[in-house]
Design a protein around this ligand. Structure first.
Ligand SMILES: C[S@@+](CC[C@H](N)C(=O)[O-])C[C@H]1O[C@@H](n2cnc3c(N)ncnc32)[C@H](O)[C@@H]1O
Length: 195
């Protein structure tokens, strides 16, 4: 197989810097551009395994902040003291789940991604469902002026979803990090200033 310079560079850097996945550099770019994570802030991270975003967010919010991770799969990472993990299917969210994660978050992140099937249409539909869940959860737990970052695979209802985010946030930006593979259909919707 042909070597992938993108994969090699970011995977090597992640290993050297102690992150379990190279996806951390996408959040780093989002943070540099939009400052969605605040020192002392409360962050909900949906789709948090294997845990790179948890570690990155934990370092930014510091000891007085809190990061709550949620994933359908178990987390094996040793967690810093300001991080909690809830194993749960975000598509099946309900009141007990919301109670378990807490409320009054300044930032809701979703890097959730479905297992890919090979069908772009099916994958985009599943990604959309995850994004809709993330948006619905953020409506319950995000405080006014809070920020929402959501990965979605570009598909037929991308614009519809983006418009729905726009109804709840003062500013909405579509962002493709440099560290995201060009061939990947993923894009991040960043909502700032929850109304
Ligand atoms: C690309 S990974 C996230 C990587 C993570 N941001 C990091 O930096 O380590 C996507 C995650 O979404 C999770 N996921 C997919 N469907 C989910 C669901 N229904 N509920 C919760 N998590 C889900 C997967 O288990 C996977 O761990």
């Amino acid at each position: 197989m042909k070597p992938d310079p993108w994969h090699d560079y970011y995977a090597r850097r992640a290993r050297e810097e102690g992150y379990p996945a190279r996806s951390v550099y996408k959040l780093e770019e989002i943070q540099k551009r939009f400052g969605v994570l605040k020192r002392g802030g409360r962050v909900l991270d949906l789709g948090s395994c294997p845990g790179s975003w948890l570690l990155f967010a934990s370092r930014v919010v510091g000891d007085r902040g809190l990061v709550v991770g949620v994933d359908i799969t178990p987390l094996t990472l040793r967690l810093p003291s300001n991080v909690r993990f809830v194993q749960h299917d975000a598509l099946a969210w309900d009141e007990p789940f919301l109670e378990a994660v807490g409320t009054n978050f300044q930032t809701v992140l979703s890097d959730m991604a479905p297992s890919t099937t090979g069908s772009k249409f099916v994958d985009a539909q599943r990604s959309l469902q995850l994004s809709e869940s993330a948006l619905a959860i953020s409506a319950s737990v995000l405080r006014p002026q809070g920020a929402f970052v959501c990965k979605i695979f570009h598909g037929s209802d991308f614009k519809g979803f983006s418009d729905r985010v726009r109804r709840s946030f003062g500013r909405v930006v579509h962002f493709k990090p440099k560290s995201s593979r060009k061939a990947s259909k993923e894009i991040y919707i960043v909502g700032l200033g929850r109304t």
